[in-house]
Every structure is written in structure tokens, then in C-alpha cells.
Design a protein around this ligand. Structure first.
Ligand SMILES: [Zn+2]
Length: 290
């Protein structure tokens, strides 16, 4: 499913959370600028972007397909629903089986009746320190869709919380944990917590790189060093989770290339070796998204 080369494991080519956030900046639909930045990524060796935009985020498979074609990057698209406050009302009135069938259709037929098939489930999410009933329903439906199709599951944790409970949930449903990646764990700043997830067999994402208002990148690097020391370097993916217009270079933001241009040198400076950097950027996502 993935091409040889680097993979950004958790991005949103286009996403609109402005109906709830009430900030126009959260409507990321900068078609031209995104293509420019994706082309720049391509020149730097990026071949895959995992697009984790699900229902309730104004998912737009045709738009994403056009960006893929124009930039040369293989953008993998997704199905599912996000965390509670972005869930549509029908989550309550539909059965788990009906929700699962919607996901299976995205995977086997095409997303929202397009020809673009979803290749993963998620980011499916939990709220801060809790999994609401509606979120649990999405998780249950995701388990059914995963069991029927075999596609992997990627999750959203709010500020890294409830990752442990997500893992427990998947365990209780007999999901193979090496088919699950827990998102945003870098936002915990708590490496012991992340290690406790890894010991269960899941993958984890350091996917908010560059968002230093949430967590300094130096802390991310120190967490990574400890995780590598403990022997889990095969279980980590990297990404930036760019979601706002102001994150793009043309609008004064860091831009996607920051991960490669600034964060990778920071890892090197902190003695993370080249083969391990290659693993996190290239080998690991390819092993997971087979
Ligand atoms: Zn997220």
C-alpha cells in the first residue's frame, strides 16, 4: 500500500473543523499551497502521506486525489469518525452494525460513493480523559469493520490521554494489537506512559512534531531516545498533524518540511542514529500499512 520512501503518518490534506471551532483558520483548504508543499516533500524523499481525515471533518476524497496526482505523493485515505464533539447525530440512532457497514463500504466500494477506497480506519478518537458512549460506539463499529476487512486502525487521543484505555478496549475485543496505532502520544510528555502502551504491542505516533505550544520538540526527542533505548524503535511513526491554514509556510507557519529540515537534524544532534531515523520515517509505516 505504501511506496518505498518516507511516510508522514498522520496528516489532513484538507480538513474543516471551523463549524465547531468557529475559527476560519481551522478550515484548511489551501489547494495550491498544499500541492506546493507536498511537491517539496516529494523532492525531499517523501512518498506517502497517511490522511486520517474522517467523517465530520469535511472529508473530500476527490480533492485529496487531485493533490496526490499533482504532487506525486501516494496519499492513503481513511474511514471512520472523530472524537465526540465532532460526531454526527446519527451515531446515536444507528446501530453498531450499521456504522460498521458504512465503513466497510468506504473500504471496499469507495469513500462517499467516490472511486477512492479507504485503506485504514481512523483517526477514531476519545475525548480528554474519557471515552464517551458515542465514542465507544464508533470504536465498536471500527472493530467490526476491521475484522471484516483487515485494514489497520489509527486513533486520536486528546492530548495523549486515554491511550491505555484504548489499548485495553482493543485487547478486550481480541484485536491484534500490531494492527493498531495510538496517536498523539508525544503530547503526554510522559515516556513511561508511552512505553506501557508499547509493551502491549501497539504502534505509537509522535505526530504533533513542531507544535511546541503543546510540547517542546526537545522533549519529543528525549522521549524518543528512551523508547529507542528500550528497544521499541520499530514501533514509532512520525508526523506533524497539520490542520490549520496558518500551519502552512505560505501563511507564516512551519510547513510540512519542518519535520525533515529541523526535527530530523535535532534528532541527529541528540545522537539518534541514521538507521533509526530511517526506520521511523520509512520502514515502520511500511511494515504496518502493508
Ligand atoms: Zn487527532
Amino acid at each position: 500500500m505504501l511506496l518505498e520512501g518516507y511516510t508522514y503518518a498522520h496528516e489532513h490534506t484538507t480538513i474543516d473543523l471551523s463549524s465547531l471551532k468557529k475559527v476560519e483558520d481551522t478550515n484548511l483548504n489551501c489547494f495550491k499551497q498544499t500541492i506546493e508543499e507536498y511537491k517539496e516533500l516529494y523532492d525531499k524523499g517523501v512518498r506517502n502521506v497517511i490522511d486520517v481525515t474522517v467523517r465530520g471533518m469535511k472529508r473530500n476524497p476527490e480533492y485529496v486525489k487531485k493533490v496526490a496526482e499533482a504532487s506525486g505523493i501516494n496519499i492513503v485515505q481513511s474511514t471512520g469518525w472523530y472524537q465526540d464533539k465532532f460526531l454526527p447525530e446519527y451515531i446515536e440512532t444507528s446501530t453498531v452494525e450499521e456504522l460498521a457497514a458504512m465503513m466497510v463500504k468506504d473500504i471496499t466500494v469507495g469513500i462517499d460513493n467516490s472511486e477512492v477506497k479507504a485503506s485504514l480506519i481512523g483517526e477514531i478518537g476519545t475525548s480528554k480523559n474519557q471515552m464517551t458512549d458515542r465514542e465507544r460506539k464508533v470504536f465498536e463499529a471500527s472493530v467490526l469493520a476491521h475484522k471484516e476487512t483487515g485494514v489497520p486502525i489509527t486513533t486520536h487521543t486528546t492530548l495523549g490521554t486515554f491511550g491505555k484505555e484504548q489499548v485495553e478496549f482493543f485487547k478486550s475485543k481480541d484485536i491484534e494489537l500490531n494492527k493498531v496505532v495510538i496517536g498523539h502520544v508525544d503530547l503526554t510528555g510522559d515516556v513511561e506512559y508511552v512505553l506501557s502502551l508499547l509493551r502491549e504491542g501497539v504502534y505509537v505516533e509522535f505526530d504533533t512534531i513542531g507544535k511546541e505550544n503543546y510540547m517542546p520538540d526537545q522533549t519529543r526527542v528525549e522521549m524518543l531516545k528512551k523508547i529507542i533505548e528500550e528497544g521499541f524503535e520499530d514501533k514509532i511513526f512520525l508526523s506533524m498533524d497539520i490542520t490549520r491554514r496558518s500551519h502552512l509556510k505560505a501563511n507564516g507557519g512551519l510547513g510540512y518540511a519542518y519535520l525533515l529540515d529541523t526535527f530530523v537534524p535535532l534528532m541527529r544532534k541528540n545522537d539518534i542514529s541514521e538507521p533509526i531515523i530511517e526506520k521511523m520515517l520509512s520502514h515502520n509505516p511500511r511494515a504496518f500499512y502493508k
